[in-house]
Ligand binder design. Structure first.
Ligand code: CA
Ligand code: CA
Ligand code: CA
Ligand code: CA
Length: 367
């Protein structure tokens, strides 16, 4: 067994200690001495201390960690810099939560403290926008300002605390009760989900992800409705339930056939992203965004004409032909304009898709 798992000493703020499980150290999970790393998205458990911060000449940022089951404090502060920031950590079932041994208070907010000897949640320092068991941080007559710190003292409603699953369940009072004035741009939670789902940031390291985590048009279940799904739809285009290869997955508007109502339904979910998906596979970078926007518009415009008329009133043959021709133009344009499309699909796949549509146009014209 190691005494200290990570020793961060005299490091500047370019160091990031991210994504580790740090467990079973005889002394410290992380010992941070006069160093300013960002410590984020770690599971720090079963050590003597979780994190020890010491020294006035540095300012670590400790956020979005689960810190639990450590024998002594989750975080011990020994004469830290007052600009040390500790926020959005879930600090649970340790000998204590955060203890300031000596020195100035750091800034502590948006944390959850639970299952500690009650007086040990937070010792010698104050917290704000946090969930505690220790009522002294909620309103302390000797400290009238305590009421302005927006702390709460209720069960955080973890999904499964006995098995160390400290995600928030749907009724958690920690949802949307973090500090509204904080800056959380581009931040992710312990699950690599976006922060700021819902109205406000949540307390603790988990941002609660509501029901918007799946979509029937996300055929490949990667958390995004994009060209990859469009391609799957293309592969089954115009099949009905008597055809080999029929799969009801694609029959979004259930009529035992994959046809225009399904394309319409697909278009309405176009570019949907699951709340857990912060890395959409297809439109991941800003350079792709312009292409994404280019895609949204023609598809939506193309499909808009069907929105009010499908599925209740069938389109006339002329309307169907027009819709299909617009789709062909749209697909030709994105093939020409996008390197990404050409790298993702073979010319054969793309022309098969186009041909299947133009075949349908011919069929309609011959009727
Ligand atoms: Ca939220
Ligand atoms: Ca989450
Ligand atoms: Ca998908
Ligand atoms: Ca259908």
């Amino acid at each position: 067994m190691l005494i200290t798992l990570i020793r961060a000493q005299n490091l500047d703020n370019s160091t990031i200690i991210n994504g580790f499980t740090l467990s079973d150290a005889l002394v410290d999970g992380i010992y941070c001495f006069n160093a300013s790393p960002t410590i984020s998205h770690n599971h720090i458990k079963n050590n003597h201390w979780g994190i020890v911060v010491e020294g006035r000449s540095a300012q670590p940022m400790i956020k979005n960690n689960w810190i639990y089951n450590n024998q002594a404090e989750g975080i011990l502060l020994d004469d830290p810099n007052q600009n040390t920031i500790i926020r959005n950590n879930t600090i649970v079932a340790n000998g204590g939560g955060i203890c300031l041994e000596t020195g100035d208070e750091p800034v502590i907010s948006n944390c959850i403290f639970r299952f500690h000897p009650e007086a040990n949640d937070v010792v010698n320092c104050t917290v704000s926008y946090s969930c505690l068991e220790n009522t002294g941080q909620i309103y302390n007559p000797a400290d009238p300002n305590s009421i302005n710190r927006h702390n709460i003292c209720t069960d955080p409603n973890f999904i499964d605390a006995p098995n160390h699953d400290y995600h928030l369940n749907a009724v958690s009072p920690c949802i949307d009760t973090g500090d509204p004035a904080g800056s959380y741009d581009d931040e992710i939670d312990i699950d690599v989900q976006w922060r700021l789902i819902g109205e406000l940031i949540d307390m603790g390291a988990d941002e609660y992800c509501p029901g918007d985590d799946s979509n029937p048009a996300d055929f490949n279940s990667d958390g995004a409705v994009d060209l990859l799904d469009y391609s799957e739809l293309a592969n089954v285009w115009l099949l009905d339930n008597t055809d080999p290869g029929w799969n009801a997955l694609y029959d979004l508007v259930a009529n035992h056939a994959i046809n225009l109502p399904d394309l319409d339904a697909f278009g309405q979910n176009w570019l949907w992203l699951a709340c857990w998906n912060n890395t959409p596979q297809y439109f991941s970078s800003s350079q792709n965004m312009s292409m994404g926007m280019g895609l949204i518009l023609p598809l939506k415009q193309t499909l808009a004409s069907t929105e009010t008329s499908l599925p209740s009133a069938p389109l006339t043959s002329e309307q169907q032909i027009q819709l299909l021709m617009e789709n062909i133009t749209f697909l030709e344009e994105i093939w020409e304009s996008s390197d990404d499309v050409r790298q993702t699909f073979t010319p054969q796949q793309w022309s098969d898709w186009l041909k299947s549509i133009s075949d349908q146009v011919l069929e309609l014209e011959n009727d």
